[in-house]
Design a protein around this ligand. Sequence first.
Ligand SMILES: C[S@@+](CC[C@H](N)C(=O)[O-])C[C@H]1O[C@@H](n2cnc3c(N)ncnc32)[C@H](O)[C@@H]1O
Ligand SMILES: [Zn+2]
Length: 433
Amino acid sequence: MAAAAAAPALSFPTTLHPPLHQHPRRRRRRRGAEPPACVYSERGITFDPGSAFYRSDSAAGRDLAVLAATLHRRRLRRPDPSAPFLCLDAMCGCGVRALRYLAQAGADFVWANDASDALRPVIVNNLSRFERAAAPEAMARRWVVSHLDATRLLAERFLRREYFDVIDVDSFGGDAAYIRAALLALRIGGLLYLTSTDWRSARGYGSRSSLSSYGAYIRPVPYPNEVGLRMLIGGAVREAAILGFHITPLFSYYAYHGPIFRVMVQLCYGKQDGISNYGFICHCKSCGQSRTFGFDELGQITCGCADKTDPSSITVVGPLWIGPLHDTTFLTEMLSLATEWGWANTIENGVTLEKLLDTMIEESDSRLPPGYIRLDEIASRAKVNSPPLGTLINSLRKEGYAACRSHIGANAIKTSCPIDACLEVAREIRNLR
Ligand SMILES: C[S@@+](CC[C@H](N)C(=O)[O-])C[C@H]1O[C@@H](n2cnc3c(N)ncnc32)[C@H](O)[C@@H]1O
Ligand SMILES: [Zn+2]
């Protein structure tokens, strides 16, 4: 049944179906919009948030989306090069993302949707100002505003065979009902930007809801915010597999305000040959070591120190994504584009994109296992004062291990070094060996 449902997604439409293209005869001039009552600006694009839910703290998440969408547009090699680049913002609030996809990512068309029809004047006003300035003589409509439940909207796009290059679902909470519909409405190769604010599940306090939303059973581990990202990617992996596809995470971004978990995944053709990046993480409270296990190792989940410790010190979470959080090449290109646009070095709401993207690029090293270790945990287990973070990372690298900062925790490292050896390195730094 799933294969049958997915089948139409394989045929790329060469022309757009109504209502994506409006017939010229029906084209109306939009009423001149009032100047915004309250002007906000993101990277030079002004808009009015009106009464919509809008957080300036989330601007970095929008910057990343715009950079990714732009790169994706530039990389596309379509049989029909004139095919329009289409974005869909399924929970658009005031429409700031839709506006930025049009103005900055070079989208030919954006569908802006929000369940609340009370937001219509705000969204229309924001988008109208862009349209007038940018494409007054365009034959096709550049945007549409609707007020449907996101899952219904996405399912309708799929049924009409209207496939998008970028779909952005900026949801509240941990509702994941729309993921399958979003994948169905996405072009193969397209980008899906997912959001979760379900920190309770990530921290292991909502195992029932993480199980129903993402198919993952989560218990508390010392790196919950990375688990939150992996849980979200894992949910997309599962939904894509049901449809006969697979996904690749391009970047994963945890922002402490909210907190918010965001992942940009790319829909790829066909099922993956294996499930090597979808499995379980085992953390041992006793020694602090984490390990990953595949489905074929389910009966063997244990820690090397297990013979000396209580088995209850073992925590297993999953199944979730256990592969790299990001794609190195894609992130490197995002950083180049941010530099080209002059976005890399400015501090916006406390975030410097260059610093963030540099850290993410380091985190994307495929040798790095899931999780991070906080410096205070290292110090307490090694019984030394906390080693300086940079010194510890350099020492671990000199020993041949992969090591870097985590964009998630300011005082934490990610490393391929086993915990015992890491503690030895920390002691050496403190000259205690
Ligand atoms: C986090 S806010 C969006 C913020 C906006 N994307 C931004 O970047 O400023 C989530 C929005 O989703 C809308 N919403 C909530 N549930 C929805 C649903 N099931 N379908 C469509 N929109 C929904 C809410 O009205 C709200 O405006
Ligand atoms: Zn152990």
